[in-house]
Design a protein around this ligand. Structure first.
Ligand SMILES: NC(=O)c1ccc[n+]([C@@H]2O[C@H](COP(=O)([O-])OP(=O)(O)OC[C@H]3O[C@@H](n4cnc5c(N)ncnc54)[C@H](OP(=O)(O)O)[C@@H]3O)[C@@H](O)[C@H]2O)c1
Length: 329
């Protein structure tokens, strides 16, 4: 697969693999050996960029906990020096929602836990998963500078950041990339593009398929397992299917024109838009992981992208999932 550069020098496959769904958010976790096989096959197919997080845990069929970092670490061990592993700190799940904690002591404990689970001596890209309002950007960035100096991480990034926080953090320790939500249904972070260009910071796009709806694989009446977040997502509500019909037929048409699939067009649109933009779609099915990798071969011109954006700007569509709530305290 072709590669892209994030920030100054982090070279990654043009499509990365989001590994979260193997453990978390989409029902019972995938059986460990099967998940390891899928990640290794993705590597064989050209992926060199793998995304996980400390808080991506789930429940296995037998009731035990699935730690996504453990799966990723085991899968990538045979070719550790040929891949880039990204993980995240600073978020814990609670029954009331997400709890942010970027206290320096917490980060220190998190990196040790992540290195152990990932069976590695360094993380290639360490993200602050969410901004912690109690910790100034400069303080979190200061800890990142220390971890880089100690060789425990080589690059860092911020997930769901805004411009102000990014500028402050970058001033203390250069940020390699942000990781924010981005898809044809979620374009509200496009206002960060000029800032990223000014500071030479990459953009890793999470949920690039709007949690799968943009692939056109999930028709009206799609049923999801218990514990699958899609049961609560606005784009999967009964009424959303009609609201999104225009968007999906537009994507189908583009796919036909470019001899690709709707998933590939959705990814190619963002990959060709900016050289520093890298999507990290996730799937439990190897044939879909391979299909998504194929998006790197579809080329759209600047003019074609501008035309698609123009259509999207005036397209009526349903709401889209914007993230889990934050715990009140
Ligand atoms: N930083 C953050 O806060 C944050 C938040 C969310 C996610 N992420 C990262 O982003 C990654 C991807 O995000 P995501 O899982 O939320 O959304 P996504 O990649 O937009 O969508 C994943 C869903 O799409 C389906 N899918 C993927 N490729 C497909 C294809 N070619 N055809 C049909 N269906 C396809 C998958 O179903 P099947 O498994 O059934 O194929 C899965 O349910 C995660 O793995 C995680 O690493 C980060």
């Amino acid at each position: 697969m072709r590669t892209k550069k994030l920030g100054k020098d982090l070279e990654v496959s043009a499509v990365g693999l989001g590994c979260m769904g193997l453990s978390h958010a989409y029902g019972t976790a995938v059986e460990k050996n099967e998940a390891v096989r899928l990640i290794r096959q993705a590597y064989e197919d050209g992926y060199t960029f793998f995304d996980t997080a400390e808080c991506y845990t789930g429940i296995n069929e037998d009731g035990s906990i699935s730690y996504n970092e453990e799966i990723v670490g085991e899968a990538l061990q045979p070719f550790r020096d040929k891949v880039m592993i990204a993980t995240k700190f600073g978020v814990h799940h609670s029954p009331d929602g997400l709890v942010m904690d970027s206290h320096p002591d917490t980060i220190r404990a998190s990196i040790e836990g992540s290195l152990k689970k990932l069976k590695t001596d360094h993380v290639d890209l360490y993200y602050q998963h969410r901004i912690d309002p109690k910790i100034p950007a400069e303080e979190a960035a200061g800890v990142m500078a220390e971890l880089i100096q100690e060789g425990k991480i080589t690059h860092w990034g911020i997930s769901e950041t805004d411009e102000e926080y990014l500028r402050k953090a970058h001033g203390v320790c250069p940020v390699t990339c942000i990781q924010n939500r981005y898809s044809m249904m979620a374009r509200w972070h496009e206002n960060l593009f000029p800032v990223l260009e000014e500071l030479n910071i990459g953009y890793v796009a999470f949920s690039p398929l709007a949690n799968g709806i943009l692939t056109d694989a999930f028709g009206k009446g799609a049923v999801f397992a218990e514990g699958d977040y899609r049961n609560f997502m606005p784009q999967y509500k009964e009424e959303a299917y009609d609201a999104n019909e225009k968007l999906l037929s537009f994507i189908r048409m583009l796919a036909e024109e470019k001899k690709g699939t709707p998933a590939q067009i959705s990814l190619a649109w963002m990959m060709c838009k900016k050289p520093y933009l890298v999507p990290i779609p996730g799937s439990r099915k190897i044939e879909r992981v391979r299909e998504n990798a194929g998006a790197a071969e579809i080329m759209l011109t600047e003019k074609e992208i501008a035309e698609i954006d123009k259509q999207l700007d005036k397209m009526e569509m349903s709401g889209v999932f914007g993230g889990s709530p934050t715990a009140k305290k």
